[in-house]
Ligand binder design. Structure first.
Ligand code: SF4
Ligand code: SF4
Ligand code: FES
Length: 260
């Protein structure tokens, strides 16, 4: 056998057969038209798969901006349901439509002239008393807010409680879309939180003190010095700064107290 013949042929690298897992397609109806989309997608992704392009009704894609309200109904169920399109996954034979904007009543007011009196809310939103305590708003809320309880708190004049209960509201308007009494709960809650923040909650004295210190120029010199530092040096200063330990107590102070 010649040297040429003895030369081994390079072993063929086994090519693994690519496993293609076909996604199961399920039928859904977007604004009355039938599409087949892979199961497991969110409504938003399913709509994009079907060829829709969002220029409204989509924002964060993470359940926090409230832009993607959707109304849907499942076969054999008389009940209309609502959800956020970026959070809810599709189910077979769902009928759905988007609610990118809900034309709810939003009162106009000059906030500077408002006090913390409950009557301010009553005057701006007299329809508050149309609530019939059906609780449909609470069932619709994707944030799990006790919407009806927050409305009851407003009716009782408890603005602080309404602000507390509605703290996680993302202004999606889904509660309003289901309200028997035609209330725009989320606009009322926004007003409550504004009044609470500006007129009810005690002022943070240490913050006011810090603002005063800044205005008096205590940090002007160090800021000027930092502005002259080159980028690399600035990064190094930042990385090597003394950071507050995770478990630091209220009385923790850095070693360098010049700027406290
Ligand atoms: S309270 Fe209404 S507007 Fe706010 S997150 Fe819940 S459903 Fe959406
Ligand atoms: S859906 Fe409307 S009427 Fe029913 S409890 Fe909520 S605010 Fe009241
Ligand atoms: S896109 Fe923001 S909540 Fe769905």
């Amino acid at each position: 056998m010649s040297a040429k013949q003895r030369k081994k042929k390079p072993a063929k690298t086994p090519v693994k057969e690519e496993k293609k897992i076909a996604a199961k397609l399920i039928p859904i109806y977007i604004m009355g038209k039938r599409y087949e989309v892979p199961e497991g997608l969110t409504i938003m992704k399913a709509m994009e798969y079907a060829g829709y392009k969002f220029i409204r009704g989509c924002g964060c894609r993470g359940g926090t901006c409230g832009a993607c309200g959707t109304v849907y109904r499942k076969p054999g169920d008389y009940k209309l349901q609502v959800a956020l399109a970026c959070q809810k996954t599709v189910e077979p034979d769902m009928y759905m439509a988007q609610i990118p904007f809900f034309p709810a009543n939003r009162a106009r007011y000059e906030f500077a002239g408002l006090t913390a009196a409950p009557e301010e809310v009553f005057k701006l939103y007299p329809e508050l008393f149309r609530c019939v305590a059906c609780n449909a708003c609470t069932k619709a809320c994707p944030q799990g807010i006790e919407v009806m309880d927050a409305i009851s708190a407003l009716k009782q004049g408890n603005i602080a409680e309404a602000a507390r209960l509605s703290f996680d509201c993302i202004q999606c308007g889904l509660c309003t879309s289901r309200c028997f009494g035609e209330l725009a709960q989320y606009h009322m809650f926004q007003l409550a939180r504004r009044i609470y923040g500006a007129r009810i909650i005690p002022r943070a004295e240490h913050l006011a003190e810090m603002v005063r210190t800044i205005n008096e120029g205590k940090y002007d010199q160090i800021l000027e010095e930092l502005k002259q530092v080159k980028e690399d040096e600035l990064k190094k200063l930042y990385q090597e700064r003394e950071a507050e330990p995770m478990a630091a107590g209220e009385d923790w102070k850095p070693k360098d107290t010049r700027y406290l």
